[in-house]
Design a protein around this ligand. Sequence first.
Ligand code: HEC
Length: 135
Amino acid sequence: MKIQIITRMLTVVAICSALAFSGLAQKPSKWVAPDNAKTLKNPSPAAAASIATGKELYTKSCKSCHGIGGLGDGPKASVLDVSCNDFTSKDFKAQTDGEIFYKITNGKDKMPAFSKSIPSDADRWALVNYIRTLK
Ligand code: HEC
């Protein structure tokens, strides 16, 4: 009798914690770049040529998760347990170019680091310039 009650209680606890954890995993993560990334200067002016390069790279390497307009709604986003965030949001736009460059370069969890697959700094700055144009 007692053992049955304890077993039932443990089952309830297990189900509740599983629900709590799955809830946590769906929340958008708050990813803060380190302070020294904030002041990194963008050496590539946001000229048409740089933006065009950024667009090409974005279409090839980022669109599948971040979506064509940067809303975080690419086909791969639905299978991720974290949000890809929204490049058109006020919070995202409040970041400096340096913070965005840092995140593209270093990645985090499901967001790949692009330091090796897009090794040119100028190309990663071009991505920053292109992402800035998304509205
Ligand atoms: C496999 C899916 C995937 C691909 C491909 C991908 N990203 Fe991401 N990206 C993510 C996820 C997931 C996050 C959120 C990471 C977190 O906060 O844990 C993210 C976050 C970011 C952020 C930070 C957003 C913020 O709110 O500060 C930037 C910038 C970014 N990605 C740029 C890019 C660029 C540029 C590319 C292509 C070169 C790219 N990503 C390719 C999944 C992806």
